[in-house]
Design a protein around this ligand. Structure first.
Ligand SMILES: CC(C)(COP(=O)(O)OP(=O)(O)OC[C@H]1O[C@@H](n2cnc3c(N)ncnc32)[C@H](O)[C@@H]1OP(=O)(O)O)[C@@H](O)C(=O)NCCC(=O)NCCS
Length: 148
């Protein structure tokens, strides 16, 4: 198990009992993304992605699940990475990405919305590189990033 000694959280594989917490974090994060159209499809996609083989959660003893990541194998593509607003800047995303990387065959990749400046700064701090954008110029909608 991956543990953060200072912040108190640890990372373990997702289990079915975590689904409600993950959906709740997802919903809270989406409220901070006004550019995203919310629909039931996003929740169904997340439910399908949440499996013990392809998802991990960060858990703190008192707060419970504080973040999660889902990974599409064999592409090593991170399709969800969400950290509860109160638990940002505690290394949770860094830890989840490290655990996902340990089980991957190569570099990880993901897509980030161009409007999502917080996440873009986080990936930049973690050394991820932009390899492509969808759309063009100011109309670019997402950026494909790869891990170091
Ligand atoms: C993006 C997100 C996953 C980052 O999670 P986090 O647990 O706060 O990130 P970490 O604490 O592991 O931080 C990793 C690095 O990124 C930096 N960082 C994190 N968020 C940042 C921000 N908003 N602005 C600038 N830097 C940021 C941290 O300072 C840290 O760098 P350092 O080690 O050099 O200090 C989180 O903000 C989140 O869940 N956002 C909403 C959902 C989302 O956008 N998901 C990504 C979809 S692609």
């Amino acid at each position: 198990m991956y543990k953060h000694p200072g912040a108190g959280w640890s990372i373990r594989p997702f289990s079915a009992a975590d689904a409600g917490s993950c959906l709740s974090i997802f919903r809270d994060c989406l409220t901070q993304m006004p550019w995203r159209v919310r629909n039931r499809g996003q929740y169904m996609i997340l439910r399908r992605a949440l499996s013990p083989q392809a998802a991990w959660v960060a858990q703190e003893p008192d707060a419970g699940v504080v973040g999660f990541l889902t990974l599409q194998a064999p592409q090593d593509y991170v399709d969800h990475l969400f950290v509860a607003p109160d638990w940002r800047f505690c290394g949770v995303a860094r830890g989840l990405l490290e655990v996902a990387h340990q089980g991957a065959s190569g570099a990880l990749s993901l897509d980030v919305d161009t409007e999502n400046m917080g996440a873009r700064r986080a990936y930049e701090a973690l050394g991820w590189q932009v390899v492509a954008s969808t759309g063009s110029g100011s109309k670019a909608r997402q950026m494909r990033l790869v891990s170091p």
